[in-house]
Ligand binder design. Structure first.
Ligand code: F6P
Length: 468
């Protein structure tokens, strides 16, 4: 058990977002993997969390300054929501962070069409001012808690650390990137001044953290491409994890049990599951095509094997994401036309339904084109009740850890993805059970608490190197 520390956690999305129902303010769990992963931090440490005000009600909360909040397990933490001018936030989120940085770092940038607009003004009038607002909020919090460690998260916040460092040379600053990284050729598609500011922002931290050695190496290479020569001890790789006990408890909750009963009443003999946001990086259309290929090849599986795709609509302000959703729906319609009833596609934000399906899958398909880690590949086996097998993209960060126990998926090759599904379904009960047990043991041994401990140990080590 680690000792409690004062932490300032900084991320675009907060652990909760507010709305109004029947005239009352209500709090909803923040969306996305980062928040799921980081939320338990507040139970272990004294946390002040700084995040963007995203909903209208968040804006009202932001006006009250830093407030006290209570997590699901009763832990108290401080929450500071930062309201941004809508036009600046739009440029920051919908032009620079997603799609530009997201697409470049996932290898999805299409030089034929991208960038669709001049990125310089969106950087200057959106990304930088929003990062400055975050930096100002951090600086104010550091006034009250000068010895707190500041943990910045993800690609929304690449320049804020340098703005903090300029005013607080002594502060302990870490940044963790939850998505992949690319080498110098990957970055060469963006304006050099933007690329340089991003790298300098990360190097202003004591520690720049990544999930895997693959992304860490790419960062060191992209630094070298810019003539930057970071101290390699300050660039680290630790894959994030989950709190398995939290998932066990959620799996037993009434909301999940109710969803599980519905699913059990209607499930096929063998269930292939995928749980994703409707993000182009998740590669949903090729996964659906691979399922259709499997049923074409194997008439004996028709009527016995079904696929359940539980998707959460994502970033629908961005044209590429609207197009991706259309492609997913078209791919689903094609499967339905060929094999009526074999595929169930649901696009909804329904966490209990995802948890229930985690318990029930026989094969979990994670075929991301590229993925920083992919927490679904850790969450689902921990609560699964059927010795389910994970078919995992070789380009998901989690493959570096779980590769020995999964069926590997080459994500761009539809026939090979169908092979992987076929292989996963063919594994014997003993083999499936052994693989799942190995994944569970790994996740239990390398849980979120260990990851947090590693982040703080790296930060302590690196800040003492800087002070020497
Ligand atoms: O790490 C990827 C990430 O951007 C997280 O920050 C977030 O949890 C998730 O994807 C969802 O993205 P968004 O916040 O844009 O909905």
């Amino acid at each position: 058990m680690q000792s409690r520390r004062k932490l300032i956690v900084v991320s675009n999305r907060g652990p909760i977002s507010y709305g109004r129902e029947g005239g009352q303010r209500i709090a909803k769990r923040g969306a996305g993997g980062l928040v799921t992963a980081l939320a338990p931090l507040v139970s272990h440490h004294d946390v002040t969390w700084i995040a963007s005000a995203i909903s209208d009600e968040d804006g009202a909360v932001a006006a009250s300054g830093t407030i006290e909040e209570t997590a699901r397990d009763g832990s108290r933490y401080r929450l500071r929501l930062v309201a941004h001018p809508p036009a600046a936030y739009d440029l920051y989120y919908n032009v620079i962070a997603n799609p530009a940085l997201w697409f470049v770092l996932h290898g999805l940038w299409e030089l034929k069409h991208d960038p669709g607009q001049d990125l310089g003004p969106a950087w200057d009038d959106g990304y930088v001012p929003v990062n400055r607002a975050f930096a100002d909020a951090v600086l104010e919090e550091l006034e009250h808690e000068p010895d707190a460690a500041v943990l910045f998260h993800d690609y929304h916040l690449y320049v804020a650390p340098a703005l903090v460092r300029a005013r607080r040379p002594d502060a302990a600053l870490a940044h963790f990137t939850h998505i992949p990284w690319v080498g110098p050729d990957g970055w060469s598609v963006l304006p050099e001044r933007i690329v340089r500011a991003i790298h300098e922002g990360l190097l202003a931290c004591d520690v720049a953290g990544f999930h895997t050695q693959r992304w860490r190496r790419a960062f060191l290479e992209s630094c070298a491409g810019l003539g930057l020569d970071p101290d390699e001890r300050r660039v680290t790789a630790h894959p994030i994890s989950i709190d398995p006990d939290e998932f066990d408890a959620l799996a037993r909750s009434e909301a999940v049990l109710a969803r599980e009963r519905e699913l059990e009443a209607d499930r096929p003999e063998r269930l292939i599951l995928r749980v994703d946001r409707t993000d182009p990086s998740k590669n949903v259309p090729r996964g659906l095509e691979a399922f259709a290929t499997l049923l074409e090849r194997r008439p004996d599986l028709r009527g016995r094997v079904g696929m359940l795709a539980l998707l959460d609509a994502s970033r629908q302000e961005i044209p590429e994401y609207v197009e991706e959703r259309r492609r997913i729906e078209a791919a689903s319609a094609a499967v339905e036309a060929g094999f009526p009833g074999a595929l169930t596609l649901r696009i909804a934000d329904d966490f209990p339904a995802s948890l229930a399906a985690y318990k029930q899958f026989d094969v979990l398909l994670v075929n991301a084109v590229m993925d920083g880690l992919n927490l679904v590949a850790k969450e689902a086996p921990v609560v699964n009740r059927r010795a389910g097998v994970v078919a995992l993209s070789v380009n998901a960060g989690a493959f570096e850890e779980l590769g020995d126990w999964v069926v590997p998926v080459d994500p761009l090759d539809v026939s090979a993805t169908a092979d992987a599904l076929e292989d996963a379904l063919a594994l014997g009960e003993g083999d499936r059970r052994a693989r799942q047990e190995a994944i569970r043991a790994h996740v239990r041994d390398h849980d979120l608490e260990e990851w947090i401990g590693a982040q703080l140990a790296d930060l302590d080590r690196a800040s003492s190197i800087r002070r020497r």
